[in-house]
Design a protein around this ligand. Sequence first.
Ligand code: SF4
Ligand code: MG
Length: 320
Amino acid sequence: KQPLIEVKNLKTYFPIKKGLLGRTVNHVKAVDGLNFTIYKGETLGLVGESGCGKSTTGRSILQLLKPTEGEVLYEGQNLVDMNPRQLRKLRKDLQMVFQDPYASLDPRLTVGDIIAEPLQIHGMVSGAEKDRRVEELLNVVGLSSYHAKRYAHEFSGGQRQRIGIARALALNPKLIVADEPVSALDVSIQSQVINLMQDLQEQFQLTYLFIAHDLSVVKHISDRIGVMYLGRIVELGDKQELFENPKHPYTKALLSAVPVPNPLVKRERIVLQGDVPSPANPPSGCTFHPRCRECMAICRTEKPELKEVNGQFVACHLYN
Ligand code: SF4
Ligand code: MG
């Protein structure tokens, strides 16, 4: 396994300003110290409730948001230190598919122009070559050249997401960060888009960071899964192991909400108490402690680090 992306102590904070002079009074710690690797050719699923920092993580890796601290190594080069000109060169390798195919496609452009736009920005095609490449990309995502002259609003949600994927593929990327790519779609369409993404991964040797708020969405496509809570990863590891033998109490709670295919298997539903606390004022110690059924005295004061436990990574004092 070769690393494609190595994330080291990544922090992305947003200032909270107050008053006429815009004095910074606090920070939202959206991403608060992440360490993980994305290996070449894998799909790493990233899950957690909304507001846990998943999207900020994806955007910080791609440098669409500037991290406050830490490193993002892409094939060994630190993206965080790069100037815009250096980043532009790597931009084509690192693409994003957005959650909302309704909002992310420009309504004034034809689908052909939407897909060709990144090619033109990077000066990669001209004239007839452009039309040929657009047709190729449309075919690859299950649409046809006939769709190129139409506008995004003429398509269904699933088709729009295919257009978003075609656009992301235009520059032959190495990594695609897919930020909840199926969350806005009907359940019946979700698996079609996920299957398409899996086919494309094989065809083009893509690496995915696949973000979702629901474990059942990433179950099929992921090789490994990371679970986030309040800007940190609380558990990370092999998908099968995570589903069969979850370690962190938060993972257990999330998993208890996933329907079990076999009706004879009874799994206790763990209902999380209270809301996710504000990332501007995270609880002391283990930030999950106010909602944890297994909370101990140490949990209120000491932040557990992500440590290896039987090949998986978990941040919890139960595993010391
Ligand atoms: Fe629960 Fe303590 Fe583990 Fe946090 S560290 S998840 S509070 S047992
Ligand atoms: Mg999000």
